[in-house]
Design a protein around this ligand. Structure first.
Ligand SMILES: Cc1ncc(COP(=O)(O)O)c(C=O)c1O
Length: 282
C-alpha cells in the first residue's frame, strides 16, 4: 500500500500508479472542504499494510504546506517509509531532511533552486543507501564506472547507486550556479523573506476584496500565493502585459515569491489585481 495525497504533482502519483501491475495499491488522502489536508486524514489512511507514504511538501495547485513531521510520526508508528517531494519547497524554505526524519526526499532544480529543467536529486536516509538495491541502474550507478562490465550489476556502496546513465551535464552548470547563489544568501534568510512577502501579499489581497485560497497560517504555507479567478489563464496573460510573471493551475493564478522580491513587487501585483478584479475575480 502506497499513500499519496490529493495535493500531489502528477508525477508523484503516476509513478506509484505505474507500480500497480507489480502489486502496489495506491491510496489517495483526500483534501477536506476547507481546501487543506489535516493530519487526521493521513491517520485514517496509514495502516500496518502501508509501505510508503509519498507526499508533496507544498501543493503546486494552492500553495498549501503539509505537516511532514506529523506524517512521518504516523508512518513510523506503522513501520512505513516516507518520501518527501520537496520540488515546490526546496530553495524557498529552510528544510532539514534529518530533522523532518524523512527516508527519502526528491526534488528538481527548476524552481526555487534557480537552476533549469532536466536535473533533479534524491536524498536517501543513510541506512537505506546500503540496504536498498535500485531496480533502475546504469554505468554511473556502478561501483566502478570505468569497469564497463556488461555481465553484472555491481552498484556503488554509496548514494551514487541511485544514479543511472550519463547525467544531464549541461544542466549541471545552471544547477551549480543557482545553488551557489542560494548558499551565499542562506535558506533561513530566504525563508524569512518569503514568509514576510507571502503574508503581506495575502493581507493586501484581503484588503482589496480578492482573498487568496492559500492557507493563512505560516506553517501551512510555502512560497506560493494562489488567487482564484473566473479565467486564471487570461488573468496571468494580463498580469504578464504589466511585467508581472505569474502562472495558473486549476482556477488559480499563482504568485510565487523568492528572496529577490520585495514589498514593491507585492504592491505592483496588488495594484494590477485591483485593476483586473472586476473582470477576473470569481
Ligand atoms: C511538487 C512537484 N513535484 C514534481 C515536479 C516535477 O516533476 P518532473 O520531474 O516529473 O517534471 C514538479 C514540477 O513542477 C512539482 O511541482
Amino acid at each position: 500500500k502506497v499513500i499519496v495525497s490529493d495535493f500531489e504533482f502528477p508525477t508523484n502519483a503516476q509513478i506509484w500508479h505505474a507500480q500497480e501491475p507489480r502489486g502496489a495499491r495506491v491510496v489517495h488522502v483526500p483534501r477536506t472542504a476547507d481546501g487543506y489536508i489535516p493530519l487526521a486524514e493521513f491517520a485514517k489512511a496509514i495502516d500496518e499494510r502501508t509501505q510508503l507514504v509519498a507526499v508533496t511538501h507544498v501543493c503546486f495547485r494552492n500553495g498549501a504546506k503539509l505537516d511532514i513531521a506529523g506524517i512521518v510520526r504516523l508512518a513510523r508508528a506503522q513501520g512505513a517509509k516516507v518520501l518527501l517531494d520537496c520540488y515546490q519547497s526546496v530553495g524557498s524554505l529552510d528544510i532539514d531532511v534529518k530533522a523532518l526524519d524523512v527516508d527519502f526526499a526528491a526534488g528538481g532544480m527548476l524552481k526555487y533552486l534557480l537552476g533549469t529543467a532536466g536535473i533533479g536529486f534524491l536524498y536517501v536516509r543513510d541506512a537505506f543507501v546500503k540496504s536498498l538495491l535500485p531496480t533502475n541502474s546504469g554505468w554511473f550507478a556502478q561501483e566502478n564506472i570505468a569497469a564497463m562490465d556488461i555481465t553484472a550489476n555491481r552498484p556503488s556502496p554509496t548514494a551514487r547507486r541511485f544514479e543511472a546513465g550519463t547525467p544531464a551535464v549541461v544542466n549541471s552548470y545552471a544547477a551549480e550556479a543557482g545553488l551557489k547563489f542560494l548558499l551565499e544568501v542562506g535558506t533561513p534568510a530566504v525563508e524569512k523573506r518569503v514568509y514576510s512577502l507571502t503574508r503581506r501579499c495575502m493581507t493586501r489581497l484581503e484588503e482589496i476584496g480578492w482573498p487568496s485560497v492559500t492557507p493563512a497560517q505560516d506553517e501551512r504555507r510555502g512560497a506560493t500565493v494562489a488567487v482564484p479567478s473566473r479565467d486564471s489563464a487570461q488573468l496571468c496573460a494580463e498580469l504578464m502585459k504589466r511585467d508581472i510573471v505569474t502562472s495558473h493551475r486549476d482556477d488559480n493564478a499563482r504568485a510565487s515569491f523568492h528572496f529577490y522580491n520585495n514589498e514593491d513587487d507585492v504592491e505592483a501585483f496588488i495594484a494590477a489585481m485591483k485593476q483586473l478584479r472586476g473582470k477576473f475575480a470569481p
